[in-house]
Unconditional design. Structure first.
Ligand code: HEM
Ligand code: HEM
Length: 177
């Protein structure tokens, strides 16, 4: 999607608010993956009803819940910013098929990051095994997409020579100076 309105700081990188949220969400997602494995589905009920939350896995669950909700809120803001500011046009040298593929994978990341908190909460409140299955399956798809995402950026930078990293790293209002 091209730039929607002329409020972006320049034409070659994302708006600085999009950049800040991208990296903040990336950190939070890494946190979810690092500690998500410590949560035990079977202990959710006892964690909810326990007054002390003494189990270490309950503390992991609480943090995971909180971080998941923060990710959801940031994704809502991010979607709003994406609609408002759009994305800078990709270099013309990049083949159309790669552009389409990149866009699809970005949309899929958005979709997964929106659905995972809801699946998590549904699993939490309704002890739903289907949600548990979907939450875990989506986390694996997300991990794959993120690894692909990092490899794609490295490939663009190192092999194709298209300066993509800059698009998500420059918060200068002056553009490529
Ligand atoms: C975008 C936000 C979220 C991400 C990226 C995320 C990611 C993950 C990951 C990577 C795991 C480990 C999966 C595995 O064991 O292979 C996990 C497990 C889990 N998540 Fe989330 N999560 C998110 C939001 C939430 C929310 C809001 C809740 C609500 C409480 C939640 C509840 C759980 C539970 C209960 C498990 C343990 C499932 C099990 O192993 O049986 N998650 N999550
Ligand atoms: C770890 C979690 C990460 C997630 C969930 C994530 C997600 C995303 C999404 C959804 C976009 C599309 C933005 C949009 O058009 O609205 C994007 C763009 C981008 N990301 Fe990430 N990202 C992550 C990590 C990284 C890392 C580690 C790098 C560095 C290698 C990176 C570099 C970039 C770059 C350069 C772009 C801009 C690509 C372009 O201009 O088309 N991301 N990211």
């Amino acid at each position: 999607m091209e730039k929607k309105i002329d409020r972006k700081s320049n034409n070659s990188s994302y708006h600085y608010s999009q950049i800040i949220i991208h990296w903040f969400v990336a950190l939070l997602v890494i946190y979810q993956f690092t500690f998500g494995g410590n949560i035990k589905f079977l202990e959710i009920e006892s964690c909810i009803h326990s007054k002390t939350n003494a189990l270490e896995s309950c503390q992991h669950l609480n943090n995971h819940y909180l971080v998941g909700v923060i990710i959801l809120l940031l994704m809502i803001i991010r979607l709003f910013l994406r609609i408002l500011f759009g994305a800078p046009p990709l270099p013309k040298s990049i083949p159309l098929t790669i552009k389409i593929f990149a866009r699809l994978s970005h949309y899929l990341i958005y979709l997964i990051l929106f659905s995972m908190p809801f699946l998590g909460m549904y699993m939490y409140y309704f002890n739903s095994e289907i949600s548990q299955f979907l939450h875990i399956t989506f986390s694996k798809i997300l991990l794959f997409l993120i690894l692909l995402h990092i490899c794609a950026v490295a490939f663009h930078e190192g092999v194709l020579g298209s300066k993509l990293f800059y698009r998500m790293a420059s918060i200068s209002k002056e553009g490529d100076k």
